[in-house]
Design a protein around this ligand. Structure first.
Ligand code: BTN
Length: 237
């Protein structure tokens, strides 16, 4: 449990819900689960200045030193894997208002610059809630690249992320991903890009072809178009 809890007068867009701002926590994902267990109503946001046990997809560690943006948003669960793609659209659209240069989505929801991954999103179901964890490297740390965004602008970025969420979430939750395919395609690498995808124990190499209305990745492998709803993509840029 966090030893310290800060609550400042921060006005996030109403879609975010109540804000819990912690100086340090094991993981904002875990703290969100504990809050739900303790009866906290969704939606809410847990923001931490640093995490001691930040987690990423595939049970990887997410290094979370002070200076990054680390938060979880607990909201009503929306079925389907496209949820993380929509979150990626919102987060990247917000980031683009704070820095220029080439920044793009790597399916399903990694955010990359030419230097490597700078932000990631973890979507988890807990009870009736969706807990969406977002980590953004505002500045680089050691071998990890950053976006070059002044950490003092962290709350501005958080607010912009929820502005973007506010614009798209309801439409997605009621109408599905179909309407967001074009916007996603504008934010990711172009069709024809050589990629490798690891899906469980199988690895496929081919070229990126498309994103389906359900958010699946379509890869051209030899003379076949294969669809993936999960997996890890590597780019051969
Ligand atoms: C990934 O790309 O693997 C997802 C990374 C998600 C990291 C964030 S940081 C805030 C939230 N708390 C966590 O423990 N993980 C997510």
């Amino acid at each position: 449990m966090a030893s310290f809890r800060e609550q400042e007068k921060i006005e996030l867009p109403p879609i975010a819900g109540k804000l819990f701002w912690l100086r340090k926590v094991d993981s904002t994902q875990l703290e969100s689960r504990r809050l739900i267990d303790a009866g906290q109503k969704i939606p809410f946001v847990v923001l931490a200045n640093s995490q001691t046990a930040g987690r990423g997809r595939f049970m990887r560690k997410w290094l979370s030193p002070p200076g990054g943006l680390y938060f979880s948003w607990a909201t009503q669960f929306v079925p389907g894997s496209a949820v993380s793609l929509v979150a990626g659209i919102a987060v990247l659209s917000a980031i683009k208002k704070f820095c220029s240069g080439k920044i793009f989505l790597k399916w399903p929801n990694d955010i990359l610059t030419d230097d490597g991954k700078v932000a990631g999103i973890l979507a988890e179901k807990y009870d009736d809630a969706l807990i969406l964890g977002v980590g953004v490297n505002l500045v680089g740390a050691g071998e990890f690249p950053g976006l070059g965004i002044d950490p003092a602008r962290k709350i501005d970025l958080l607010t912009e992320i929820f502005r973007q969420m506010d614009e798209i979430w309801e439409e997605f939750a009621t109408g599905g991903f179909r309407k967001f395919v074009r916007r996603y395609l504008e934010l990711t690498f172009p069709p024809g890009t050589p990629i490798t995808i690891v899906d469980g124990r199988r690895t496929f190499s081919g070229v990126f072809e498309n994103i389906t209305p359900d958010g699946e990745l379509v890869v051209r492998v030899g003379d076949k178009s294969l669809k993936f709803s999960a997996g890890e993509v590597s780019l051969k840029l």
